[in-house]
Design a protein around this ligand. Structure first.
Ligand SMILES: C[S@@+](CC[C@H](N)C(=O)[O-])C[C@H]1O[C@@H](n2cnc3c(N)ncnc32)[C@H](O)[C@@H]1O
Ligand SMILES: O=C(O)C(=O)C[C@]1(C(=O)O)C=C[C@@H](O)C=C1
Length: 259
C-alpha cells in the first residue's frame, strides 16, 4: 500500500521516497519520466528543486492576476498536475478552464487520478482536461495563462523558439507566460558557486553523493538549461514584449513573460 501525503488543499499524492539513484548503477541510463519516476516524483522534485513549493503555489496567485474571462489556462509538461491544482485553487475568473498536457503516459494516468480526487473533494473548481501529447505538436487555443514549469529545459534547444512563438501567438491581451527553469550562468565563478550550493541543497535534503552524481549523469543528455540572458533574448525574439523574473532560489528561477 503506497504512502500518501497531501498538497496544500488536500489532494493525496504519493509520498514514496526517491531512492532511484541510491544504488550504484553499472551504466546510468538517460533520465525519463517513466513509471519509476512517477512513483517518487513529488518527493524527487521537492528535494531537487529549491523553491519548488513556493513557485507552484505562487504560480496560482500570479495566474489569478492574468486570467481573462472565458479563456484557457495551459499547464504544459504538467507531470502530476501540481500547477494545474494550484491554478484551480486560485483562479476564480468566469469561464476559465485548464488544459494540462504531458507526453508521459505514466504521468498523465496518475495526474488524472489526482485531479479526480480534487474534484471529489472540492466544488466550483475550474474544469480541467488532461491531454497525453507532445506540446510541440499542440494546436493552442486562445489562452490567458501558459505555465511552463520546468518543462522547456527538456525540449530540444533548437525547438524552443518556435514553441515560444506559438505560445506568444495564442496569448490574449492581459495574459502571461510563466516560465520556470533551472539556470546556467555565463560567469564561470557564479555558475560554480550556485552549482555547489545546489549540491549542498540536495545533500541537506538527504541525497547521498552517489545519488547526486548518478542523477547528474542521468539528466545531462536530456536536460539542457539556458542562462537568464538566453531566456530573455529568446522570449523577446518570440514576440514577448517584457520579461520579468519574479523568483530565484539558487540556480532555479521563474519568469513572467508578457505578450
Ligand atoms: C520537470 S517535469 C515538470 C514538472 C511539473 N510542471 C510540476 O510543476 O510539477 C517535466 C515534464 O515535462 C514533460 N515533457 C517533456 N517534454 C515534453 C513534450 N515535448 N510534450 C509534453 N510534455 C513534455 C515530461 O514528461 C515531464 O512530466
Ligand atoms: O537539476 C537537477 O539536479 C534536478 O534534479 C532538476 C530536475 C528539474 O529541474 O526538473 C530534474 C529532473 C526531475 O524532474 C526533478 C528535478
Amino acid at each position: 500500500m503506497p504512502a500518501f501525503s497531501t498538497y496544500a488543499a488536500g489532494t493525496a499524492v504519493s509520498k514514496e521516497p526517491d531512492r532511484l539513484f541510491a544504488q550504484p548503477l553499472a551504466q546510468v541510463p538517460d533520465f525519463a519520466f517513466n513509471e519509476d519516476v512517477v512513483r517518487v516524483f513529488p518527493d524527487m522534485i521537492k528535494r531537487s528543486v529549491p523553491g519548488y513549493p513556493t513557485i507552484v503555489e505562487n504560480l496560482g496567485v500570479l495566474a489569478a492576476q492574468f486570467a481573462q474571462p472565458n479563456s484557457v489556462l495551459y499547464d504544459l509538461g504538467s507531470s502530476l498536475g501540481a500547477v494545474t491544482q494550484a491554478l484551480r485553487r486560485h483562479v476564480r475568473t468566469d469561464g476559465c478552464r485548464v488544459i494540462a498536457v504531458d507526453n508521459s503516459a505514466a504521468m498523465v494516468e496518475r495526474c488524472r487520478e489526482y485531479l479526480n480526487g480534487q474534484d471529489s473533494m472540492f466544488q466550483e473548481l475550474l474544469p480541467v482536461e488532461v491531454i497525453e501529447g507532445d506540446i510541440l505538436a499542440l494546436e493552442f487555443q486562445p489562452a490567458s495563462v501558459v505555465a511552463l514549469n520546468f518543462t522547456l529545459q527538456f525540449i530540444a534547444p533548437d525547438q524552443r523558439t518556435a514553441l515560444l512563438s506559438r505560445i506568444r501567438q495564442s496569448l490574449l491581451p492581459g495574459g502571461a507566460l510563466i516560465l520556470s527553469e533551472k539556470l546556467r550562468f555565463n560567469d564561470l565563478e557564479e555558475h560554480a558557486l550556485l552549482t555547489d550550493l545546489h549540491v549542498a541543497f540536495k545533500r541537506a535534503n538527504g541525497y547521498s553523493e552517489l545519488e547526486i552524481a548518478q542523477k547528474r549523469s542521468a539528466i545531462e543528455n536530456v536536460m539542457k538549461p539556458d542562462s537568464l540572458e538566453e531566456h530573455r533574448e529568446r522570449l523577446l525574439a518570440a514576440g514577448f514584449s517584457k520579461v520579468v523574473p519574479w523568483f530565484q532560489c539558487l540556480n532555479f528561477a521563474s519568469l513572467i513573460a508578457l505578450p
